[in-house]
Ligand binder design. Structure first.
Ligand SMILES: NCc1[nH]cc(CCC(=O)O)c1CC(=O)O
Length: 310
């Protein structure tokens, strides 16, 4: 029997919060085991001066952690589910999806209390094509500027006056103790979240039954079902975190509702749809709504930005 669980994590404050949160849950559940954190740097942490959409490559924030898991240096890796590619390396699996609390995108500004208060031409910082496309669709008059860096760096850039407002995941802000900076959660009619936003994922070796059993209590079935549909949508669209698509699944009265959006980067074309079905059909629902949107013009959008070739 293992008396030690080694958790791999990136070193950003958000990643550390997430890993420590999982470590605390494990310590409470297994007071006699030692729970260890190992810091690992990923390519996404090293390359900070290039817009995310241009670095490309899947698993920008996950690959080095996966190597460490496969060679046994660590037992599990804690990630934001949002950063996880849809296809994992052979031998690894998403073993746990934690309960999702905050799924939305937050409006943060020193000058304005609401997104709707932004004047024409206001500078809005975000590094995500998904946010950019949806915001421009709603407000073509705004200036969207690239904003890279971890959550703290992004807040600093706002405070230095580089932007009139920035948009960040509410979950990340709350985890780091910045809930008070959130002026408003963007209405989902304006901005649908990213696949998996707000949920934590624990990746583990697929064959390591002992570890899989030890972490199972952290798994949330409803969140897993909703995000299975979201990830199936993403798998069909063939993109990473940097595709202008948003999708949100939720369980309502025993049914799974999945709403999704696909947009051109300039926001001029935006396609949206919603489907409802059985929880057991999560994968089919996600794939189905992707196909519907691709048929309605999404394929042309993806081809135009070179993200999908067939
Ligand atoms: N792209 C980076 C990233 N990955 C996860 C989060 C926040 C936490 C989450 O969405 O679960 C963030 C920051 C952000 O998008 O503002």
């Amino acid at each position: 029997m293992k008396n030690k669980i080694v958790i791999g994590t990136r070193s950003s404050k958000l990643a550390l919060w997430q890993a420590e949160y999982i470590a605390d849950c494990l310590k409470k559940k297994y007071p006699d085991k030692s729970i260890e954190l190992v810091h690992i740097t990923t390519k996404g942490d090293r390359v900070l001066d290039v817009p995310l959409a241009k670095i490309g490559g899947k698993g920008l924030f996950t690959k080095e952690l996966e190597m460490a898991m496969l060679d046994g240096t660590i037992d599990i890796a804690v990630h934001s589910l949002k950063d996880m590619p849809t296809v994992l390396p052979e031998g690894l699996q998403l073993a746990v999806i934690s309960k999702r609390a905050d799924v939305g995108d937050a409006f943060v500004s020193l000058k304005y209390n609401k997104f709707a208060d932004l004047p024409a031409g206001a500078k809005v910082g975000t590094s995500s094509l998904r946010r950019k496309a949806q915001i421009l669709h709603e407000r073509p008059d705004l200036q969207i500027c690239d904003l890279r860096g971890n959550v703290n760096t992004r807040l600093e850039k706002l405070e230095q006056g580089q932007f009139d407002a920035i948009i960040l995941a509410a979950a990340g802000l709350k985890r780091l103790g910045y809930a008070d900076k959130i002026k408003e959660i963007l209405n989902q009619k304006i901005c649908l979240p990213a696949v998996g936003q707000g949920a934590l994922a624990i990746e583990a070796r697929a064959e390591d039954q002992e570890i899989l059993d030890l972490i199972e209590f952290l798994h949330d079935k409803e969140t897993a079902c909703a995000t299975t549909a979201e990830r199936s949508f993403l798998a069909r669209v063939e993109g990473g975190c940097q595709v202008p698509v948003g999708v949100y699944g939720k369980v309502v009265a025993g049914k799974l509702e999945v709403e999704a959006v696909m947009a051109s980067v300039d926001g001029k074309t935006l396609l949206r749809d919603k489907v409802t079905g059985e929880l057991a059909d999560a994968k089919k629902l996600g794939k189905g709504i992707a196909e519907k949107l691709l048929d309605r013009g999404g394929l042309a959008i993806m081809q135009e930005i070179g993200l999908l070739t067939d």
